[in-house]
Design a protein around this ligand. Structure first.
Ligand SMILES: [Zn+2]
Length: 461
């Protein structure tokens, strides 16, 4: 009887408890040919968690392997002559370390109940947003732009230092965090930007904060983010079970979700996305099928009606890149984005400035050029359909040493360099006259961007 209870208890814990990553390893594998790439892609259906979304020749593919899979993984790699090196020997150890507050963090960097020496869960982030309304009445208000499938709020703040004094055509900017739930550094960066806007005395920060009405959403995938704390730390998608199929014997949870950053209705499901519900890059049954994606799209389109909607920034990790839309194009096709040359140049200035703070190197380009081709991403939709001028996706620290388990010690340095980057990008954007662009001078602007794109083509391609 006792044995029976014990067995039931174990079953319940493994089905509904927190997934353990004890002795899971991450391997770096180096594909040298398309045949290698195909072989690795074949492994994707065998429940290996690829930390690299899309495998490409010459770039290390990072693959997480469970203790049960380890022997067969290693022998397979050997049999096909692929070099596989252990980059993380025990994933659980890094996860535990990530839950501990940083020992060396700057304790003066605080706002209300928040410091940036640790990662916060959804409840804490939402409570903090409410706290800000009390701390900054008349400047901060919260807004809920929709609910997730499990009924959680998609919640953010509006920061407006000149409420009611902006005239007909106010400048508007929007920031999206946490669309991929396991990328914890993303909400930790977005909340820092909010803190800087509200507290910094630096004139450049003040200008950026006050020149725009900011709409900032630290966690747009609240179900997924909650699940990384309560269920599976490595969860990436939302938690929609509607298209669930049987995936593998070991992990039948994989089919319960859609990759929101493949779900948007722009060149949907054309490249770098999967139609298999078990995949971590499953694009969903149809374009913008997901409530979370719909909420973002509706909000972006409604903001567009309200003024000069100039910036949209999405934060992800990891890879250290500033991605310029569109993610599916490379070569001269990058010029499909009407002002690609401007966006590219602005990002180059940002990356140079970013490096000066802590020496961190960021690459700039389209995803297809510097990472891998992708379709259905939110920021591509914002550029391609909503036609917002300056749009980026940031892939934050690091380049794979800790990956998604970036230690809390790195939160503040990461945030400092990103803030430097944003300020520099804003300066370049202003210099290129984007602050004044709208309505009457739109034709002039179109001609100018066409010209700069041509110059870019001649100089860089
Ligand atoms: Zn991501």
């Amino acid at each position: 009887m006792i044995l029976k209870i014990l067995i039931i208890a174990v079953l319940v814990t493994t089905s509904y408890g927190i997934k353990s990553y004890e002795n899971y390893k991450v391997y770096n594998v180096y594909p040298r040919s398309e045949v290698d790439v195909e072989r690795l892609n074949g492994l994707k259906n065998k429940e290996y968690d690829f930390w690299t979304d899309v495998v490409t020749v010459g770039n290390p593919a990072r693959i997480m392997v469970s203790p049960a899979q380890d022997a067969s993984f290693v022998s397979y790699m050997r049999s096909v002559g692929l070099a596989a090196n252990v980059s993380i020997p025990n994933v659980k150890k890094l996860m535990d370390a990530q839950m501990q507050p940083a020992s060396n963090a700057d304790r003066s960097a605080r706002l209300g109940s928040f410091s940036w020496d640790r990662y916060y869960n959804l409840q804490q982030i939402h409570a903090w947003l409410d706290e800000l309304v009390t701390l900054y009445p008349g400047v901060v208000s919260t807004q809920v732009i929709g609910r997730s499938l499990e009924g959680r709020e998609i919640k953010g703040v509006i920061i407006d230092f000149r409420e009611g004094q902006r005239g007909e055509n106010p400048r508007i900017a929007m920031i999206e965090g946490g669309i991929h739930s396991r990328e914890w550094i993303s909400p930790a960066t977005v909340t820092w930007i909010i803190k800087e806007f509200l507290t910094s005395n630096d004139p450049e920060v003040r200008a950026l904060a006050e020149n725009f009405i900011w709409h900032i959403f630290p966690v747009v995938n609240p179900d997924g983010y909650s699940y990384t704390f309560a269920g599976d730390r490595m969860w990436r998608k939302n938690r929609n079970p509607a298209n669930r199929v049987e995936c593998t014997e070991d992990d039948n949870d994989l089919g319960n979700g859609i990759d929101l950053n493949r779900n948007f209705d722009y060149v949907w499901m054309t490249v770098g996305a999967s139609s298999n519900p078990c995949s971590r890059t499953y694009a969903g049954p149809s374009p913008s099928s997901e409530l979370e994606a719909q909420a973002i799209m509706q909000h972006v389109l409604s903001l567009k009606q309200k003024g000069n909607f100039l910036y949209y920034f999405a934060f992800h990790s990891y890879s250290q890149m500033i991605l310029v839309p569109y993610s599916h194009v490379k070569g001269y096709e990058v010029l499909q984005a009407s002002n690609y040359a401007d966006m590219y140049e602005i990002a180059i200035y940002g990356a140079e400035k970013l490096k000066q703070r802590h020496g961190t190197a960021y690459k700039v380009g389209t995803s297809a050029e510097i990472l891998y081709p992708v379709s259905g991403a939110s920021f591509d939709w914002v550029k391609g359909v909503a036609d917002i001028p300056i749009v980026y996706l940031f892939e934050l620290r690091d380049v794979g040493e800790y990956g998604f388990m970036l230690p809390p010690e790195e939160i503040i340095p990461n945030n400092e360099e990103i803030m430097d980057c944003l300020l520099e990008m804003d300066k370049a954007t202003r210099f290129l006259n984007y602050y004044e662009r709208s309505g009457t001078n739109a034709v002039y602007i179109s001609v100018m961007t066409l010209f700069t794109n041509l110059v870019f083509l001649v100089l860089f391609k």
